[in-house]
Design a protein around this ligand. Structure first.
Ligand code: ADP
Ligand code: MG
Length: 861
């Protein structure tokens, strides 16, 4: 690959490739030995030559080949990151996970015999970075945020994007952005306008599927060289379960028990999905095979065979022991039933060291056999050295996985998929793979993030299996069937950006001044029309300016003029990992002490309607005549009971919003101290209430970490809001649902501004922005039985025989003009009418409904 001209020039100026090393390092002797064995070390020369001659280099290599620990060292030895050298800027390396950023920084510091202030890390809440930092490991989110303030990344001479194969959204966006930054830095250097050298980019990946980067000409017009590092991998035999069990946690314990009791020495690596599962499994294994557990069992056996000892023991322990044992048994949740489950299967024909023999599925028959034969894992003498590994584990504990287990112990690591490609744990011979991973999911309807357990891809399964073949031939036990693997596993996991609601992504990019989002070189671009729509919504929410170009929308030719700049409001919104609608409400929520309420509202709207509805409502929704069957008496009395028994929240009795009904029940629930009794009495779903409770605490944390000055500590018990707060809350809801406005049809058509008198909203048609059908307030709404308001916002649109709006809030149309972008609502210049009143004409909605004039004094908040 020919270097670009500027790079060729740059190289002429700087170090010549023949003398790659310009900084001396003195590595500890143990490091020298282990380093020599890493496949990547023999590739130093070609890698460094490629890096010096090209702005972008892609490095592919099996996990454990030494990419993460060695490439930064190659660069460091060549002078990168050292003051006074040709490339004094820092060496930056991004990681998708915090654990990896921290432990890799520590490892490289150790290998180079440099202090943490020289080889540092930075994660969201913690950093060891100093002015003398040469090598900086960070999470990809940290670098994204740095780009928002220093787009040229002037502090860096080279950026390494690690684990690019994972295709996390941050990584994808980083690669796109950096492709631009490279160009800018090169141009600046050529024109000599600033004292900054060209930036270099290295993309590192564990698998060979790098075509999305390497062959993407929008991303990199000149094809970057791809360096493949030869794998040094021993064969791994893969064993599928015959059946797939849903309780994979118990399965994992069973399989590990079998491996431990039957198979020769060698570390076991168990892949689970999260912290709770991991700590649970660790406790179970510890209770069964931990050093203490085995020691206790040994003593019990001894005392059983020697009653005199028992007597002695009882004396010395002063009777404390039984109590302790009880506590422990409870703590580890290991009743007899589970103990039975843990017992291993028996097959007389099985050779003890035949790994294939573990293939058989356990079932009750086998367990019964175990019991009959009186077999028990108590016979095992080898203790397990059990180490958990997950992202929130304290860093000193993270390091334990790299330590050799105590002599005579078997290493057992119980990990999330951080051990899949980010960390290579030495000495693993057996892998137990549950086949699942926790994945960030988004509810497309409300943009709320959740973490869900789902099947991994075939590529991930192969990576996990590969962990068993680092030191010698190994075995991988998959806790799922081969049929499931064949039919339900994707070849590769989908890039995160295709699974994410795009408004949040677009806002994030705008916060980095990437205005023409449609032209952005995404490694895998989302749909164009989705991008336009997202931009329009953000414009309505006030996160983007240049509203006029936003309203032009998508023209037939694919108008690329949509390029709204971010507003100050948008910048604040971009700090929240939430749907922009909800960030909008939160950002403005710091008025009048409304924050705790708006946090509760956002949580409740995210979880969904907690109320149980009776048949009558369901019938209405499914096509019964809207004026037909009244609400059942039962439902009426339920509601009444709910409204009046809530002494603490009775102020909300006069509902002007469905959202307040929800807020009221959240408040009442917390005052009652939660619980099923409350839920039954008040006809709400216990699960929804629990989720809302948890989400409130989480969102409070997010708000507090973004706005330390905000008084957003978690307030479990809310006092009822006062009248002013209720009004502000309705304004905040208007701000978030500013493009989901419905206006009573007679107002829009200006047919009868005074004539008709309504008693209830039933059968009253509304016009909603961007919806051609008439819409109706859903019968479950608190407003359904009240006189129909003229203007409302809604949180949900449901289509059955009619189009219903749910989560309805009464608003003052005047609010729209100040809360929304101008494309959404404008007022005419005030002019006097016949009776001398100052009047304004609201022009509302992107399709420009003109409404009857209102008194100017009413057109302000
Ligand atoms: P790659 O990035 O290609 O997957 P790494 O650079 O992460 O490879 O790992 C190279 C080697 O360094 C592995 O064998 C790994 O076990 C070892 N290693 C990494 N961190 C530590 C540590 N803290 N202590 C001991 N060995 C480590
Ligand atoms: Mg790595």
């Amino acid at each position: 690959h020919l270097p670009t001209t500027a790079f060729a020039q740059h190289v002429m100026h700087s170090s010549s490739p023949s003398s790659l090393k310009s900084v001396n390092v003195s590595r500890p002797s143990d490091v020298l030995e282990s380093r020599i064995l890493l496949p990547i070390v023999s590739e130093e020369q070609p890698i460094m030559e490629a890096v010096l001659l090209n702005p972008v280099v892609i490095i592919c290599g099996e996990t454990g080949s030494g990419k993460t620990t060695q490439v930064p060292q190659f660069l460091y030895e060549a002078g990168f990151g050292s003051p006074g050298s040709d490339n004094p800027g820092m060496i930056g390396i991004t990681q998708p996970r915090r654990v990896a950023a921290m432990s890799m920084a520590a490892r490289v510091a150790h290998e180079l015999a440099l202090p943490p202030s020289r080889v540092s890390y930075q994660i969201r809440y913690d950093a060891t970075v100093s002015p003398s930092t040469s090598i900086k490991f960070m999470t990809d989110g940290v670098l994204l945020r740095e780009l928002a303030t220093d787009f040229l990344l002037t502090k860096y001479s080279v950026i390494i994007i690690d684990e690019a194969h994972e295709r996390s959204m941050n990584t994808d966006i980083l690669i796109g952005v950096l492709s631009r930054v490279l160009k800018l830095r090169e141009e600046m250097w050529k024109s000599g306008t600033a004292d900054v050298k060209p930036l270099r980019l290295i993309i590192m990946s564990a698998t060979l599927r790098v075509s999305d980067f390497a062959e993407n000409r929008t991303l990199f017009p000149t094809p970057p060289p791809v360096i493949n590092v030869a794998a040094r991998q021993h064969p791994v035999t893969v064993h599928f379960n015959r059946r797939t069990f849903s309780d994979y946690v118990t399965e994992a314990v069973k399989k590990t028990t079998k491996i431990h009791t039957r198979l020769p020495p060698g570390g076991i690596l168990i892949f689970l999905t999260g912290q709770n599962e991991i700590t649970g499994v660790c406790r179970k294994l510890e209770a069964k095979f931990g050093v203490n557990a085995l020691e206790r069992k040994r003593r019990q056996r001894e005392s059983a065979s020697n009653p005199a000892d028992e007597h002695e023991n009882a004396n010395t322990d002063g009777g404390v022991r039984p109590a302790q044992a009880d506590v422990e048994a409870e703590d580890i949740d290991l009743g007899n039933q589970q103990a039975d489950d843990l017992a291993f299967d028996v097959d007389a024909d099985m050779a003890d060291d035949d790994p294939d023999a573990l293939d058989s599925d356990e079932d009750t028959e086998e367990q019964q056999l175990d019991k009959e034969l009186g077999l028990d894992s108590d016979d095992v003498d080898t203790p397990m050295h059990i180490v958990p590994l997950y992202s929130l584990l304290p860093s000193e504990k993270q390091m334990l996985v790299f330590k050799a287990p105590p002599p005579g112990c078997r290493l057992v690591v119980v990990s999330t998929n951080v051990a899949e490609t980010s960390l290579t744990i030495p000495g693993i011979r057996y892998v137990v793979d549950c086949g699942r991973a926790k994945e960030r999911r988004y509810d497309i309807a409300n943009g709320v993030q959740s973490f869900q357990v789902s099947w991994i891809s075939k590529a991930s399964a192969a990576q996990r299996a590969g962990r068993a073949g680092r030191t010698g031939p190994g075995h991988c036990y998959r806790l799922y069937s081969s049929a499931l693997y064949e039919h339900h596993f994707d070849q590769f996991s989908q890039p995160e950006i295709l699974r994410t609601p795009i408004e949040g992504v677009v806002l994030q990019m705008k916060s980095m001044h990437i205005d023409a989002v449609v032209n952005f070189p995404f490694p895998t671009p989302p749909d164009r029309s989705t991008l336009y729509k997202a931009e329009k919504v953000l414009g309505h929410l006030g996160a983007l300016e240049a509203a006029s170009s936003v309203t032009k929308g998508l023209t037939a030719t694919g108008d690329s003029s949509v390029d709204g700049h971010i507003t100050e409001l948008g910048r604040l919104m971009s700090l929240f990992p939430l749907s922009p609608r909800f960030s909008r409400m939160l950002v403005s929520g710091q008025q009048q002490g409304c924050l705790p309420y708006i946090i509760s509202i956002v949580s409740a709207l995210s979880v969904g309607d907690p109320f149980l509805h009776d048949e009558g409502l369901a019938a209405d929704e499914n096509g019964a005549d809207i004026d037909g069957p009244e609400l059942k008496e039962a439902e009426r009395s339920r509601r009444k009971a709910f409204f009046t028994t809530q002494h603490t929240h009775s102020a909300l009795g006069n509902f002007t919003s469905d959202v307040f009904r929800i807020l009221s029940v959240v408040g009442a629930y917390e005052f009652a101290g939660g619980g099923h009794k409350f839920c039954t009495e008040h006809f709400v779903r216990p699960k929804a209430m629990e989720e809302i409770h948890k989400l409130r605490a989480q969102i409070s944390n997010i708000v507090q970490s973004n706005f330390p000055s905000a008084d957003a500590g978690f307030v479990p018990k809310l006092m009822p809001p006062n009248e002013l707060q209720l009004k502000v809350l309705r304004q905040l809801l208007t701000a978030g649902f500013v493009d989901q406005v419905a206006v009573r049809k007679d107002r829009v058509e200006q047919t009868s501004s005074t004539g008709v008198k309504y008693t209830t909203s039933k059968g009253v048609a509304y016009k909603a922005m961007g919806v051609s059908d008439d819409v109706f307030i859903h019968p479950s709404s608190v407003l359904a039985n009240a006189p129909p308001p003229e203007y409302v916002v809604f949180s949900e649109l449901i289509r059955t025989n009619r189009v219903w709006i749910k989560g309805v809030t009464i608003i003052n149309p005047a609010w729209l003009s100040s809360l929304a972008s101008r494309s959404l609502c404008t007022f005419s210049k005030p002019s006097k009418n016949a009776s001398g009143d100052l009047m304004v004409v609201p022009r509302f909605g992107s399709d420009g409904w003109e409404l009857p004039a209102v008194k100017a004094e009413n057109a302000t908040i």
